[in-house]
Design a protein. Sequence first.
Length: 278
Amino acid sequence: MKRKWIRLTAIILLLQFQFSHSVIAETPYIWSVVPQFTGTAVHRDWTPILKHIESKTGYRFKLKIYDSIPEFEKAFINGVPDFAYMNPYHAVMAKDAQGYRPIVRNSKRLLSGIMVVRQDSAINDIKDLDGKKIAFPSPNAFAASLYMRALLREKEGINFVPVYAGTHSNAYRLTLAGKTSATGAVKRTLLKERKELQQNLKILYKTPGFPSHPLTAHNRVPDEVIKVVQTTLLELAQTQHGEKLLKAILLSHPIKANYETDYLPLKKLELDKYLVRH
């Protein structure tokens, strides 16, 4: 009788273990991307990546798209995404707020901000923007806005009226429509726009470069899950098809990211006074 009870208890414990792990396996990890582009573009470019990771790892991922950069910031400050692709200063904010850690970044790309004006604009020097309206995707977009605004005020000594458009695409269109004199952005978002838009804008100014956007993971995500996601992305770059997928999300030539060496130095820029808390 005692042996039957022990055997029955063992079976129950095994079933409980299998059930709990099947629930964990079925629960998708939330994956978010800073909305530099439209939701349609984010879905188009990132869905194949997530499907590939799912097929290789057995874990499930759900792409959660935000309409604007401020909404995305609120989400990671509150710890909503398990994985999030974000700008360099977001990595600092996310580390402080929730313990997110960068796990992969592009080794071949430095992120620098650009200031663009219309091709037919009479503005030919950054000083000409003194007193003018300038479009930015959001207050805390690192190179396009946060660092750019700090340089304009502290290095160039100009005053301006910021207009926050929510996304890079929206910001470009404000300048093309004549509603602002210029737009703060990053070159890679400009290159993703239609050719006719690119041809109607010219680059007026650039900021120094820093390590580009990392993929980060919340500290609640198990180490083994983070490691297998990291490894899958690094291995993806070894195939021609994988290289094409990674290029679409601006993560070609991926390497392991390190917070202390790649992103902690951004704190020395003392940009907090330009940061907008939501």
